[in-house]
Design a protein. Structure first.
Length: 366
């Protein structure tokens, strides 16, 4: 079976790739070459997929942006080119099936695949759906969803409840908290500039109490990683030893971090929320406020209502507020841990296998 994987969410894609490889599938990946519009920093996916020795095809396309920026018109102009590139790649690869993980990047690939009579499976990670994913669902043969309350949004003959895939390596974690409390700050692959800025302002105070692990992201425009390195060099030897900063942690590094972490401070993308739920880790979640249908807040509410997370709104985010929220979380850590463990027991972790099986079924009926 020949599979093309595409879309803007790398984490679940990696989990499904692991399962598809067990069936001797031939996998090709269509993704973005750069992290952000107007940024020449190579994307995490372009590096990770290359390391897996999977053919990577860079797609240059645009999106319909909800906010007017200096990149809006440039982005719109790229949309037709994205469809042309998608056609060229699919004609060359001749896949049995396309597996989409959503977003603007997947849209031209899915539409062109359908026009070429190539079967399509799409997976939706979030509780609610953005514009691109709504369009993609119209062209998909099967729609895999992560959350039970998403099932009713789609035709019964198309939708399949699979859950959200999690990397097997992370599921094997056995948590052993370190003696010194450990905080893990992350904003996802690209990072979160506002979170990074708040961390930088209170870094010295944090390091007096905590080990700090800081994933700054790979977006080069903000220069946050460069600043984190500069700050680390200015610290005393003792403080510097308690500060671990990188653009991106690979799976093995992340496994080691999550095994000992006391509290995760993060955006609330669907994949982050899924991993925190599956591993039973308490968190402070800072949703992106401008995403479609406020999906990150809805994701964060899943863990907040389960009792394992505290939500900090970005409009309230200052370095002082971040510090006091971390203190509040640690004061209530026993309760957060208790509810995180309860929710973990009810959480399904076989989504990657279900999606791989669905892809095989759809490909077989081509």
């Amino acid at each position: 079976m020949k599979v093309v994987i595409t879309g803007g969410h790398l984490t679940p894609a990696l989990a499904v790739i692991e399962e598809l490889k067990k069936g001797q599938s031939e996998i090709h990946f269509i993704g973005r070459l750069y992290s952000m519009e107007g940024d020449n920093t190579p994307s995490v996916e372009s590096k990770v997929i290359a390391d897996l020795q999977i053919p990577f095809y860079p797609l240059t396309t645009g999106r319909l942006q909800r906010r007017l920026t200096r990149f809006t018109f440039v982005s719109l102009a790229k949309v037709p080119f994205g469809f042309w590139q998608a056609y060229r790649y699919l004609k060359k690869i001749q896949p049995d099936v396309v597996l989409s993980f959503g977003g603007y990047l997947a849209l031209p690939v899915v539409v062109v695949a359908k026009l070429m009579n190539i079967r399509v499976v799409t997976h939706e990670q979030t509780v609610v759906f953005g514009m691109s994913n709504k369009i993609i669902s119209k062209f998909a043969d099967k729609i895999a969803v992560s959350w039970p309350n998403s099932v009713s949004y789609f035709p019964a003959d198309k939708v399949v409840l699979t859950g959200n895939p999690i990397r097997k390596e992370l599921l094997s974690i056995r948590r052993r908290l370190s003696v010194r409390p450990t905080l893990y700050f992350t904003g996802g692959n690209q990072g979160a500039h506002v979170i990074n800025q708040a961390v930088f302002e209170i870094l010295s105070e944090l390091l007096e109490i905590f080990d700090v692990v800081h994933q700054t992201g790979s977006a080069g425009l903000s220069q946050d990683y460069e600043r984190s390195k500069s700050l680390k060099n200015e610290l005393s030897k003792v403080a510097s030893d308690h500060y671990n900063c990188k653009e991106w942690f690979d799976t093995q590094e992340l496994k080691n971090i999550l095994a000992k972490v006391t509290l995760v401070i993060s955006r609330s993308g669907a994949n982050t929320v899924t991993e925190l739920a599956a591993l039973g880790i308490p968190s402070v979640l800072i949703p992106i406020p401008w995403v479609a249908q406020d999906e990150q807040t809805k994701n964060a509410l899943v863990l907040s209502e389960a009792g394992s997370a505290i939500i900090l709104r970005q409009k309230e985010l200052t370095s002082k507020k971040l510090f006091t929220t971390i203190q509040l979380a640690l004061e209530n850590l026993d309760q957060l841990e208790k509810h995180a463990k309860i929710y973990k027991k009810s959480f399904k972790t076989n989504a990657a296998e279900k999606i791989a099986q669905l892809v095989r079924q759809v490909a077989a009926h081509r």
